[in-house]
Design a protein around this ligand. Structure first.
Ligand code: AP5
Length: 208
């Protein structure tokens, strides 16, 4: 059973690569960011608690995230392994995950800070299937998304001001996790400042 962690700063390309890796591996993507956005939209208790943290670019408290993951891992499609996208993001989250499943590999996408702002501020996704695009680096084809839709959606937290706060949270709270996983021999560094296809190829090679 394969449990993959996609690790990296905001805008590193975790979601983009997760979609491609899902096609290649058949593993479901477990994105805490997507789960939180769904909770905010549905105005659940979790969503109401998470919204202010997300809007300001801060991390949502660990216990909220750990409870979400525990519930998600009870679902049938998670039993054969998953691909975590944006989780864990702190050492306590990683310790909680170790109690739930054995992590097989951590694919750490490395992208310099100066690239992050342009990536996030140009991002949009398909309003129908959620596929991720970029105004310049990965534009919507003239024929529309692969699902046939032309609808575009932009995230509320994809502003220059929030990106700075998200990067700060990454460096202070998430980056130390690299050492946590390096110590257990699970960390595999991927150069994320390259063409999207080359990164996917590297990740698949690492899995093999
Ligand atoms: P989340 O949704 O996880 O956001 P994030 O980590 O900030 O990551 P992003 O989704 O912004 O980026 P990505 O790495 O997926 O990049 P993408 O593929 O889209 O979290 C949002 C918030 O929720 C957090 O701020 C926090 O508040 C909360 N949260 C979530 N999980 C949490 C947790 N575990 N603990 C606590 N709080 C949590 O790519 C970005 C853009 O670049 C796209 O437009 C794409 O087309 C383009 N692109 C991708 N790859 C390339 C490339 N190689 N070259 C050029 N462009 C590229």
């Amino acid at each position: 059973m394969l449990n993959i962690v996609l690790f990296g700063p905001p805008g590193a390309g975790k979601g983009t690569q997760a979609q491609r890796m899902m096609d290649a591996t058949g593993l479901p993507q477990v994105s805490t960011g997507d789960m939180l956005r769904a909770a905010v939209k549905a105005q659940t208790d979790v969503g109401l608690e998470a919204k202010n943290y997300m809007d300001s670019g801060a991390l949502v408290p660990d216990q909220v995230i750990i409870d979400l993951i525990k519930d998600r891992m009870q679902e049938d499609d998670a039993k054969g392994g998953v691909m975590f996208d944006g989780f864990p993001r702190t050492v306590p989250q990683a310790e909680a995950l170790a109690e739930i499943v054995d992590v097989s590999i951590v694919l750490a996408i490395d992208v310099p800070d100066e690239r992050i702002v342009e990536r996030i501020c140009g991002r949009f996704s398909c309003g129908n299937c959620g596929a991720v695009y970029h105004d310049s680096f990965n534009p919507l084809p003239e024929t529309g998304c692969t699902c046939g839709s032309f609808a575009e959606k932009r995230r509320a937290d994809d502003t220059e001001q929030t990106v700075v706060a998200r990067l700060e949270a990454y460096h202070q709270q998430t980056a130390p996790l690299a050492d946590f996983y390096r110590a257990s021999g699970l960390l595999h560094l991927i150069d994320g400042d390259r063409d999207i296809d080359l990164i996917t190829a590297d990740m698949l090679k690492a899995l093999n």
